[in-house]
Unconditional design. Structure first.
Length: 162
């Protein structure tokens, strides 16, 4: 999520010239999306950009988000997706040497916020086939690269009568 000139222009017209900071606009946008999701019982996923600090970070969290910190406070779940570093892969060596994972992870989700669950400040290691974009979840660790045993989640769909 980001602010474009067109969005700022529309908000300026609707607010009758009242000055709104970018963080206020993003907060209002996130708040409205949350209301829509609750009203219709749907899941809404959004994305934003990170700042330049992502290249030098070990445990990615809200400090590398670009833009509004108010936006980060409103989120129920927050993940930063990065390519594993060489240091990451070296730290995973004790796990990977067992050989029960078909591929070496090429993407890691730094899950730093996850309301209503105990799984936060964890890393989900994935393999993404870049040709087909199929994703295979490999394993979960804490931020110290210690394996966390989790049970698979079964997702059930709900039928709506329209």
């Amino acid at each position: 999520m980001h602010i474009s000139y067109k969005i700022l222009q529309e908000l300026a017209e609707q607010s009758r010239g009242m000055k709104l900071r970018e963080d206020m606009v993003l907060f209002m946008f996130i708040f409205r999306l949350e209301q829509i999701a609750k009203r219709y019982g749907v899941y809404i996923s959004t994305a934003s950009q990170v700042n330049g600090d992502w290249k030098n970070i070990k445990d990615a969290d809200s400090t590398i988000l670009r833009g509004s910190k108010a936006m980060a406070d409103k989120l129920h779940r927050a993940v930063v997706a990065l390519k594993p570093t060489k240091a990451d892969l070296e730290a995973l060596e004790p796990i990977l040497r067992h050989g029960f994972y078909p591929n070496e992870p090429n993407l890691v989700y730094h899950i730093y916020k996850n309301r209503e669950t105990k799984y936060k400040d964890v890393k989900l290691w994935l393999y993404v086939d870049m040709d087909t974009m199929r994703i295979k979840e490999l394993f979960l660790t804490n931020n110290d690269y210690e394996l966390i045993d989790i049970q698979p989640t079964e997702i059930k769909t709900k039928q709506f009568d329209f």
